[in-house]
Design a binder for this molecule. Structure first.
Ligand code: UGA
Length: 434
């Protein structure tokens, strides 16, 4: 099958590369000429396990192409996937202008029988609006629009694509249902079920899945704060409830909260979409309130040891919003570092892969000291704050880390270490909820 992917971000690039690996011929289209040139040269702009190798393999086998030319990229496609950003707009609403512009451009180049598929996270009703727009633009066309939400977790996206818990296809007509079922035929089986729904249901499934995962995190974070007050250990509590199959053990890691480009934006967009319908999501609204205040927890813990941060040197380990990615969008590191700088602290940082991206994104980067290693960032620090759960940090030599530092305070925002190990190495240790 001939497939076009519009947008080569995390979702688009992973989808394109994996679909090419199924044997489809895939053209990935993007307006960013620099990115396309990089992809054509065989390099991936993303730090994503296995992506670059798979990309090179499929490009060499002439199934995967990259272009900035929409006409060339779209004219032969049986299916066009839209994986462009849907950033947060005014009042928490998703801003769909990039998606609508991309569809408008592609309509003029597409075959009359092409299926347009919304892969970007877009609010309920988007597919319906696109259908109207396409009818206005091209009344000769039998183009249809469907929804195929992604559930790819950064750092694990290739594995998630080939071994999905499910594939969701939202389609209101037989042509779209059949063609999308054919696209995914190589992976759909008893273990990886295909869920075919209406377009509206598929759109709701995507937001509901992200809101539910965010709910688990905020829920365990509330329990963590309570555990801390009464002397229980949230890790033990999470383990104790996680074996209950109705609850499940994943996404019960307490800490400084969720970051990234999805949970915060999508939960807010769902609340905003509810409001448009005159509906109030009480629980989902509360998630943002709980999560948005998590950064303050770290600073409160540090205040226990140093009431005034002015003149202190604080080492911050981890800038990516989670491990195994160089993505720094909506990372808790940004807010925490900003507050430390505002309070007069000097901040040294280290992340195995996310430093270049953070340097670009953070407005006060020139005030930071970027370490060449985690030990380098720790040198002469009064305290260390762990933000991202990188294995490299987990495997560090705590005694060596302690010796490098001037002070002895370790704020472990991800509960990576056990108190006894940290104390044995000479630290005063603060975890979360324990
Ligand atoms: C999330 C979903 O997991 C994917 O299914 C979805 O497709 C994707 O959003 C999206 O909508 O595009 P992702 O943002 O890559 O994927 O990352 P997650 O692994 O879900 O982690 C999100 C945040 O929650 C991270 O900051 C992580 O550190 C935090 N987290 C995760 C916790 O604080 N505790 C946990 O137990 C799990």
């Amino acid at each position: 099958m001939n497939i076009s992917i519009i947008g080569t971000g995390y979702v688009g690039l992973t989808t394109g590369v994996c679909l090419a690996d199924f044997g489809h011929t895939v053209a990935c289209v993007d307006i960013d000429a620099e990115k396309i040139a990089l992809l054509q040269s065989g390099s991936s702009p993303l730090f994503e396990t296995g992506l670059e190798d798979l990309m090179k393999k499929n490009a060499a086998e002439k199934r995967l192409f990259f272009t900035t030319d929409f006409s060339e990229g779209v004219c032969n496609a049986d299916v066009v996937f839209f994986a462009v950003p849907t950033p947060q707009g005014d009042y928490g609403k998703a801003n769909l202008s990039i998606l609508f512009d991309a569809v408008r451009t592609c309509v003029q180049h597409a075959k009359p029988t092409a299926v347009f598929v919304v892969r970007s996270t877009a609010p309920v009703g988007t597919v319906a609006k696109l259908k109207e727009m396409i009818t206005d633009l091209r009344n000769d066309a039998t183009l249809t629009v469907a929804s195929n939400p992604e559930f790819l977790s950064e750092g694990n996206a290739i594995e998630n694509f080939f071994h999905p818990d499910r594939v969701v296809i939202g389609a209101d007509d037989e042509h779209a249902k059949n063609i999308l079922s054919e696209v995914y035929r190589p992976i759909v089986n008893g273990e990886h079920p295909l869920v075919i729904t209406t377009c509206a249901s598929a759109e709701v499934i995507k937001y509901t899945a992200n809101a539910f995962l965010a709910l688990k995190i905020s829920f365990i974070n509330e329990i963590a704060d309570f555990c801390e007050l009464i002397g229980a250990d949230v890790k033990e509590v999470a383990r104790g409830i996680g074996y209950d199959k109705r609850i499940g053990s994943q996404f019960l890691e307490a800490g400084i909260g969720y970051g990234g480009s999805c949970f915060g934006k999508d939960t807010k967009a769902l609340v905003a979409r509810g409001e448009e319908q005159g509906y109030e999501f009480k629980i989902i609204k509360a998630l943002s309130t709980v999560n948005d205040s998590r950064y303050a927890l770290v600073l409160k813990k540090l205040k226990k040891y140093y009431p005034n941060f002015s003149g202190l040197r604080i080492a911050v380990l981890g800038l990516a919003f989670k491990p195994m990615t160089n993505d720094v969008r909506d990372t808790p590191a940004e807010r925490i570092i900003f507050e430390l700088l505002e309070s007069g602290a000097r901040v040294s940082v280290f992340d195995p892969v996310a430093m270049p991206g953070f340097k670009k994104q953070f407005k006060r980067s020139e005030e930071l000291l970027f370490g060449s290693s985690l030990y380098d960032a720790l040198t002469d620090a009064d305290a260390c704050i762990i933000i991202t759960k990188w294995n490299e940090f987990k495997n560090c030599d705590l005694a060596k880390a302690r010796v490098r530092m001037k002070g002895d305070v370790l704020i472990d925002g991800r509960n990576m270490f056990e108190r006894k190990d940290a104390e044995q190495a000479g630290f005063r240790y603060e975890g979360v909820g324990r």
